[in-house]
Design a protein around this ligand. Sequence first.
Ligand SMILES: Cc1cc2nc3c(=O)[nH]c(=O)nc-3n(C[C@H](O)[C@H](O)[C@H](O)COP(=O)(O)OP(=O)(O)OC[C@H]3O[C@@H](n4cnc5c(N)ncnc54)[C@H](O)[C@@H]3O)c2cc1C
Length: 465
Amino acid sequence: MDRRTIERLKEIVGPEQVATTREELLCYSFDGTGLEFPPAAVAFPGSAAEVAAIMRLAAATPFPVVPRGAGSGMTGGALPVAGGLVLAMSRLNRILEIDPDNQIAVVEPGVVTGQLREEVGRYGLAYPPDPASLKFCTIGGNIAENAGGPSAVKYGVTRDYVLGLEAVLTDGSLIRTGVRTAKGVTGYDLTRLLIGSEGTLAVITRIILRLIAAPEAKRTFLVLLDDLGPAARLVSGVLGAGLLPCTLEYLDATALGIVASSLPFPLPPAVRAMLLIEVDGERAAVAAQADRLRQLLAGREGVLDLQEATSEAEVKALWTARRAVSPAAFKLKPHKLSEDVVVPRSRIPELVAFTETLNREGGIVVFTFGHAGDGNIHVNIMLDRANPEEVARAAVAKEKLFARVIGLGGTLSGEHGIGLTKAPFLPLEFDEATMAIMRAVKDAFDPHHILNPGKIFPPAAAKKS
Ligand SMILES: Cc1cc2nc3c(=O)[nH]c(=O)nc-3n(C[C@H](O)[C@H](O)[C@H](O)COP(=O)(O)OP(=O)(O)OC[C@H]3O[C@@H](n4cnc5c(N)ncnc54)[C@H](O)[C@@H]3O)c2cc1C
């Protein structure tokens, strides 16, 4: 990027809002993958008009533009793989409106998800999507990835709470999609098209979100089991019995081991798997669900114990431990491939048995945890990128995993998106005709491929990493 272009960027957003020093650029070279791609510059726009002016400059010059929220993505979505400009959305971080009567919120994309959840809670409302990264990830990043979280089993994912969007196209024009009403089917559903588009179609600058009434009560249970197989089978058992928990998470023995010291209860040595189950709703209904859960678990295969969190402090400690699994994994190895595959719930036992085989026979540490209630299993392949043998073994494990997931009728990603790291594998899931229409959508929105190039679609000569 030449000096003239940098000067133009400074004119658009102000001289203080463009970063070009090596140290500053380094901070925007990473995301949750641990891969590194430095940008040529970072700009911090303060309005949609500034985003539009930047996009016009990028199209005319041209240079690549990569939107970025908190950089917590797990698939390289915010990495500037082709250099160019990182568009950091952190200054667009205002909650513009909370409307309790219509149960909506209007926000800018840089709002941190956890802050929004707290803020709407003051009105007796809830914004259910709860990615484990909620203390730092942004609503813009959540929409671009269609993020999910533990509550998705009952409440759905980000997509289910987005009513409308304002977004800047690559030619600098501003579009407004969707509605701020409870229903609306006018025209093509561009809102849904932009959700999960991973910053490749448009830059989201404003969001209308649907809220719900906060549930009256919630109870939190831990089911301790002697093996992963019974835990996996219990997931279908719970849902098949007509219970609809708002959390149905599991941790395997390795995941438990790395966070055991943060759990509020000591773990008996025989425990090899754990389910974290929560039920919420009206107080009486929650009590009835809790009773049914206890009945269901009595004498059930593999169940060693059922414990209930009895205080807010215990619930908090449990969630701190659950949310710490991903970062705590680095106790095992310096790097990891964080896969978030999904299989039909009835096939979870086969998938976890397969990952245990990968762990035993692949010469590499593989462990799993995740949102079992919706079949979304986080498979963590641990490695040291300085060790070429481990890199090769991890690549083989990942390929085998994806082939198996598709064979089980599953999908490559439940919430992290495709980004950079899964792009070579897209043809495993989609045939050529489907890929062609997706490419045509990309071409229509971004004819010169300046917005987040190198993401979602496999490179011409696919190099699997
Ligand atoms: C410890 C940890 C736990 C996690 N747990 C979960 C989980 O439970 N569920 C889950 O779904 N994910 C999880 N993630 C992954 C990550 O937090 C999510 O993908 C999140 O949605 C990314 O948000 P972000 O603000 O960090 O976005 P970034 O990583 O900065 O960007 C992600 C993508 O969004 C695009 N983007 C960002 N802002 C915009 C915008 N305004 N307009 C257009 N495109 C934009 C970027 O270009 C990129 O493609 C976890 C990550 C970590 C590190």
